[in-house]
Design a protein around this ligand. Structure first.
Ligand code: CP3
Length: 342
């Protein structure tokens, strides 16, 4: 096994961690903005395999990351389940909403998602052919809770209040929605692996707003079910789980879900992660994306502090969340140098 990312995910402690960035193909890159303009809009880009593969490759050509992440979006799954989806420039996603058990029952069957998502599999097949030999290919999906928050509210919400309200008003209907998304995600990620993804990542961006039993039922249990199904169908393909802002609940998350790696946001300290999360296995993330805007000595110091804190075990260098459109591409190169010289 030569790809650094696969070695780290298999539990190997490496002298230099593999490096990639969440949202590494994105608006901070002029070449991304040009291809996006060519595609028309964001969703047209997601469903155009040649252009989606092109923007996936752009940050690899520019920075030589150790991994490429498929260019797509977590909200393609709701669309494949029958929701209307559009993006409002400068604001974000909008979806038709689900408010009750009848809305959940009206969704398409989970195994029909391939009708809508076939173009995504084609993007992966192109990437599997075109990526450099040492670059690992990552597929992904949203975790059921995070996807459900968008399907219920019809948009991003700061506190996920509509989804919490639905969960309180009709817990069985809410659980049925989580189940439908869980099953769709198993079909989707399994097809991504068959198309060439070597690693898959589950993004639970809003996991931090689930507490106590809700965290167990709607963050841990769906992830465990998805990971178990994938491991059965595709033994040996590693899974990264990202229960963002899980705080104390990062501890033991890999063990209870079966994830090979836990991705960590930037609200916890790297030394704490080394002591409490890394003993369970590989960890990824933690650099505040703000450093990619600010740059300077702060970027170098923090990238090196994280690298050194996590050097004692398996580690994948990444940000704690996606790189922002106002980031300076030169800071990405500085970050990579800082990590490799730490
Ligand atoms: O990381 C990558 O480079 C791979 C592609 C990827 C995108 N979105 C492309 C994208 C991935 C893995 C995602 C995940 C995603 N999408 C998440 C989970 C991770 C996270 O950020 O918390 C969520 C919640 C979404 C939903 C979504 N997509 C939102 C809320 C938005 C609008 C906010 C924003 O950043 O603009 C998007 C749009 C989106 N997804 C863009 C990109 C590059 C920007 C679209 C554009 O070009 O205008």
């Amino acid at each position: 096994m030569t790809k650094l990312l696969l070695r780290a995910l298999a539990g190997e402690t490496l002298p230099t961690p593999p490096i990639w960035m969440m949202r590494q193909a994105g608006r901070y890159l002029p070449e991304y903005r040009a291809t996006r303009a060519q595609a028309g809009d964001f969703l047209s880009l997601c469903y155009n395999p040649d252009l989606a593969a092109e923007v996936t490759l752009q940050p690899i050509r520019r920075f030589g990351f150790d991994a490429a992440i498929l260019f797509a979006d977590i909200l393609l799954v709701p669309q494949a389940l029958g929701a209307d989806l559009w993006f409002v420039t400068g604001e974000g996603p909008r979806l038709s909403t689900i408010g009750d058990a009848a809305g959940v029952a009206a969704l398409r069957p989970a195994d029909r998602v391939h009708d809508t998502l076939a173009a995504v599999y084609e993007t992966l097949r192109i990437l599997a052919r075109e990526l450099p030999r040492d670059t690992a290919l990552i597929g992904f999906a949203g975790a059921p809770w995070t996807v459900a928050t968008y399907m219920i509210a019809g948009r991003g919400t700061p506190d996920q209040a509509p989804a919490h309200a639905f969960k309180t008003a009709d817990r069985p209907a809410f659980a049925a929605l989580i189940d439908r998304i869980t099953e769709a995600t198993i079909h989707y990620l399994s097809a991504q692996i068959e198309a060439g993804a070597e690693v898959v990542k589950l993004f639970d961006s809003w996991a931090g707003s689930l507490k106590g039993q809700d965290f167990d039922d709607f963050a841990v249990a769906p992830a465990r079910r998805i990971i178990a199904a994938l491991k059965q169908r595709h033994p040996g393909v590693p899974v990264i789980a990202f229960p963002r802002e899980a705080g104390d609940r990062y501890v033991g998350f890999a063990a209870t879900t079966g994830a090979d790696c836990v991705a960590i946001d930037n609200s916890v300290d790297a030394a704490w992660v080394a002591a409490h999360v890394q003993p369970d296995g590989c960890v990824q993330g933690n650099l505040d994306p703000r450093h990619m805007v600010d740059g300077g000595p702060g970027l170098v110091a923090e990238a090196q502090r994280i690298t050194r804190a996590l050097r004692g075990g398996p580690h994948v260098f990444n940000l704690g969340h996606g790189i922002t459109p106002d980031a300076d591409p030169d800071n990405v190169a500085r970050m990579i140098d800082a990590v490799r010289s730490a």
